[in-house]
Design a protein around this ligand. Structure first.
Ligand SMILES: [Zn+2]
Ligand SMILES: [Zn+2]
Length: 300
């Protein structure tokens, strides 16, 4: 009996410490966020930093960061956690609905209602919260995708389904329909595919007898303004960079892990045009916007 009581007391103390540390971590994350400190370590987001550097699980990182961000607007949220009247999973649930006007009501509800009852209240407030985008593996090569879409989009997908069925001569299912949409979109819009297409075509035309490219053939794109002069990267070079870097950020962090962000990417001149750098394949690299900004802040 004595040992059980001792174990119980230890557990109580650990749980108390655990909650205290959690609320401290929320405060620290808020400060790191304000200072954009994750850049300093080569990460592009606080989430990436929390997962890769602090080794939090994605779920923990998401919960703590969303609570810390919401607490700027509603400080009572993190105060309730530090006082032990609310735990972080209760707090995370109400992040999407709590405001300075309704804070007391939501904090009270999350303390008293069961999880299901609380979800019901949240959905009534914000119907979109009912379905969170989710991908889970069913088999190594198959995922289950859950997301909420509008009725209008559903009708558009149904229309595509009819066309795909018509074209293949048999009834298409939803997966085949989405596949057809994705293939068509990537064929038209993927800059890597476009670069490969253009470069292949240029190779065909580059035999001496057919050489005909001039500035009009290489449509130019404005990339900036240095000392009043417009600087442009020739399309040919842009396509070659796209093909080489596969549209991914090439920045490497301190331990040489590549960033590989494929969203919001920029082209960066290692040696700036203003300092005599050229629009050449060797001088241009692909960077995501955050790392691009980070590099410029470090250089200048
Ligand atoms: Zn740059
Ligand atoms: Zn990057």
């Amino acid at each position: 009996m004595n040992t059980i009581q001792q174990l119980h007391e230890k557990a109580l103390q650990c749980a108390k410490d655990f909650l205290k540390l959690e609320s401290e971590l929320i405060n620290i994350l808020q400060e790191l966020d304000d200072k954009k400190a994750f850049f300093h370590f080569g990460y592009t987001s606080l989430f990436q930093y929390a997962v890769s550097s602090l080794k939090l699980s994605e779920g923990q990182a998401y919960a703590l960061i969303s609570i810390s961000r919401k607490s700027r607007e509603v400080p009572e949220l993190k105060e309730a956690i530090s006082q032990g009247t609310l735990n972080s999973s209760q707090a995370r649930r109400i992040v999407s609905v709590i405001t300075p006007d309704n804070k007391n009501e939501w904090i009270a509800m999350s303390q008293t209602l069961s999880q299901r009852e609380l979800e019901k209240k949240i959905v009534a407030e914000r119907p979109k919260e009912a379905v969170r985008d989710k991908m889970t593996y069913l088999q190594p090569s198959q995922v289950k995708l859950v997301c909420g879409i509008s009725e209008e989009l559903m009708k558009e997908i149904e229309r595509v389904k009819e066309i795909v069925s018509q074209n293949t001569g048999r009834p298409a299912n939803l997966e085949e329909t989405l596949k057809a949409m994705a293939t068509l979109y990537l064929e038209r819009k993927d800059p890597i595919k476009k670069a490969e297409r253009v470069l292949e075509k240029k190779q065909l035309f580059s035999s001496p007898s057919l050489k005909r490219e001039g500035p009009s053939f290489l449509s130019l794109r404005r990339v900036g303004n240095s000392q009043g002069k417009r600087t442009t990267i020739p399309a040919q070079i842009r396509h070659e960079v796209m093909k080489r870097d596969r549209g991914q950020c090439t920045f490497k962090d301190k331990v040489a892990n590549p960033c590989q962000n494929k969203r919001w990417i920029d082209l960066h001149h290692k040696k700036p045009i203003a300092d005599g750098g050229e629009h050449s394949l060797n001088n241009i690299i692909t960077l995501c916007r955050q790392h691009h900004r980070f590099l410029h802040q470090r250089i200048f």
